[in-house]
Design a protein. Structure first.
Length: 204
DNA sequence: ACGATGATGAAC
DNA sequence: TTCATCATCGTA
């Protein structure tokens, strides 16, 4: 078994599309109390630069999106539709607004592997030996109890939310690119850009 | 297909 | 201060 390696800021200060690609198969780890829960990232979306009409940063800096203009490695969390917390990681260099939205993750056979999950109200239940599939940005944050308290915090162990490389190698054949979700407002050019990266189970 | 639900940003 | 909009999701 390969020892897990925590992803450092350098990983995130690279170009956004590259970071998005490389995040597939990495783990997002959330510490709640003395319990750690790790989910493998299966789907992300990139919001890249000031000209990206789908990005919150396309109309300049505001109080909400200011963190996107900082250096990579910090979380950008905002509320969507009044009830869903959206988790992003800022990417790229300072003054270049970019971030990656986490849309999907999976926990493989949690009971078999002895991995615990958060309990309590509003939390998805385990389904026996089956994988837990978090298919949607709102479901992901709800499951991991992530909200705007993480906004502007760095991805690190001390913040109770960080990334790990656990040695899983992803084949290019298992990576699909597709248009981003829910960004029709960005117009024909930017809404069609294939800035959404997904892990597919089957090769090809 | 639609309503829930509240922050955001731009207009007034 | 108002108002339309929104990087969604569960229910129908």
């Amino acid at each position: 078994m390969v020892k897990e390696k925590i992803l450092r800021q350098k990983f995130f200060t690279r170009p956004t599309l590259r970071v998005a690609h490389d995040l597939l198969g990495k783990f997002l780890v959330r510490k709640i109390g003395r319990r750690e829960i790790a989910v493998m990232i299966t789907e992300v979306e990139a919001y890249d630069g000031p000209r990206d009409k789908a990005s919150h940063a396309s109309r300049g800096m505001t109080e909400r999106n200011a963190i996107m203009f900082g250096a990579g490695g910090y979380f950008y969390v905002y509320l969507c539709y009044g009830m869903y917390e959206m988790l992003n990681i800022v990417t790229g260099r300072k003054n270049y607004p970019a971030a990656i939205l986490f849309r999907g993750a999976i926990i493989k056979s949690p009971l078999k592997r002895g991995v615990a999950a958060p309990r309590g109200r509003g939390v998805l239940k385990f389904a026996g030996n089956k994988d837990i599939i978090l298919d949607g940005p709102g479901k992901l944050t709800k499951f991991l109890k992530i909200d705007r308290r993480f906004n502007k915090k760095p991805a690190a162990k001390k913040t109770d939310l960080w990334f790990e490389d656990r040695g899983i190698k992803i084949s290019e054949k298992n990576i699909k690119r597709a248009p981003r979700v829910g960004v029709a407002y960005a117009g024909p050019i930017w809404s069609k850009k294939r800035y959404r990266f997904l892990l597919t189970n089957r090769p090809k």
